[in-house]
Design a protein around this ligand. Structure first.
Ligand SMILES: Nc1ncnc2c1ncn2[C@@H]1O[C@H](COP(=O)(O)OP(=O)(O)OP(=O)(O)O)[C@@H](O)[C@H]1O
Ligand SMILES: [Mg+2]
Length: 383
């Protein structure tokens, strides 16, 4: 039985754990708070701060897992390079996890590989930011080099917004490096995630492209397949293959692209299942989580079949102010009465404003949105 140490126990980790358990693995789920989604389905769980290098190393020495599977970016990734040297497989590779943790490292690598991206500049203070924006031009997007789900991002249209963008980025960044990236705003027609699977004994394969919509940089809805021009799709596949090959290891990657009228532009990538890819739980014979598990374990993936078209949209706590409140859902029965609707509720113990608590899976946008309109999140009184 293979032992997996899962670092990060959110909704993606939960589904991955279910897939790994189905293949007979032992999973130890870690996160900084108890009862996190993946902990509810894992064999065991450990609560600790994964940015604490010593605690991470001690846990690895104690557990001696076959695989370390990072689910989030906020991990002491430098430590993973040392752990890999001890002969433990970091998924997909310590290099991949390390380079993608920060936007600058992976962006610079993409450029070295000759991959087209939005024009960009870095800044370490307000003065540099001002200059960077003058070079990149307006409109542009300012992002902390370390953050996810759109946190700390500002779309800038006028020079007056620069101080606010700096404040937003530095207040909402993760980690301790005060550095932002200024990116040219790409007026894309659509954006896609190309789920890319690197395997040990076979060639790199892809899922049909997933289209998605983000609001303030955070994932709201996705669908599969997204119909894009075949030439652009094969270009995207070439880029995805090139960059994942450079990162190395086995597993599933979520490679994000912007699609413009005449070209495809690489945006970023996750060396793990992607939130927009939750739709594959509805559409494919093997979900992105099943594919990740198989690739890690070096099991064959005979084929990826799309069984039906699908749509997914997130259920978030909205319109609440305070933090960490108990909550309950209502309207689930009504939503499930609709044609072919399925739901995943993550089981997060507490809610706060904008926190993602579930996802609706359906055959199209219309039905998915109808289901969403029937589901409510209510604060629960504990007395
Ligand atoms: N240069 C850009 N031009 C236009 N839109 C952009 C640009 N950069 C980011 N966006 C928009 O913001 C979204 C989030 O950006 P990005 O993927 O870089 O951040 P993120 O915080 O890592 O998000 P996530 O963790 O959800 O993937 C993109 O999917 C896109 O909709
Ligand atoms: Mg993204």
């Amino acid at each position: 039985m293979k032992k997996i140490l899962l670092l990060g126990s959110g909704e993606l980790g939960k589904e991955f754990t279910i897939s790994a358990k189905r293949l007979g693995c032992e999973v130890i789920a870690c996160d900084k708070y108890p009862y996190a989604p993946a902990m509810q389905v894992a064999d065991r769980s450990v609560v600790f701060d994964m940015l604490d290098a010593k605690k991470l190393t001690n846990l690895v020495d104690e557990e001696k897992p076959d695989f370390i599977v990072p689910e989030i970016e906020a991990i002491r990734t430098e430590e993973l390079l040392n752990i890999e040297k001890k002969g433990i497989t970091v998924v997909p590779s310590a290099r991949a996890v390390n380079l993608t943790m920060n936007r600058d490292a992976i962006r610079d690598r993409a450029i070295e590989l000759g991959i087209k991206t939005a024009q960009y500049k870095y800044a370490h203070n307000l003065d540099e930011l001002d200059k960077a924006i003058k070079t990149v031009g307006l409109p542009c997007i300012v992002k902390p080099v370390m953050s996810s789900s759109g946190k700390g991002q500002t779309l800038i249209k006028t020079q007056e917004q620069v101080p606010l963008a700096w404040e937003n980025a530095t207040k909402n960044m993760r980690g301790d490096r005060v550095k932002v990236i200024v990116e040219e705003f790409i007026n894309f027609i659509s954006e896609i995630t190309l789920l890319t699977i690197r395997q040990s004994n076979s060639s790199t394969i892809f899922c049909p492209p997933i289209g998605h919509q983000q609001e303030q940089g955070d994932y709201i809805e996705s669908w599969q397949p997204e119909n894009i021009n075949q030439n652009l799709l094969s270009k995207a596949k070439d880029i995805a293959e090139k960059i994942t090959k450079d990162l190395g290891g086995n597993g599933l990657f979520g490679v994000e692209f912007f699609i413009t009228t005449e070209d495809i532009i690489f945006s970023e990538l996750s060396p793990r299942p992607h939130d927009t890819g939750m739709v594959t739980m509805y559409t494919q014979n093997l979900s992105e989580f099943d594919l990740h598990a198989r690739a890690i374990l070096s099991y064959p993936i005979n084929n990826i079949l799309m069984l039906r078209e699908g749509y997914s949209t997130v259920i978030k706590a909205n319109g609440f102010e305070d933090k960490n409140f108990d909550y309950k859902f209502s309207g689930i029965e009504k939503a499930l009465e609709l044609d072919d609707v399925d739901i995943r509720l993550f089981g997060k113990p507490k809610a706060w404003n904008n926190r993602r608590l579930g996802v609706i899976l359906s055959k199209n946008r219309e039905i998915g949105q109808k289901a969403k309109s029937l589901i409510f999140i209510n604060k629960k009184n504990n007395y």
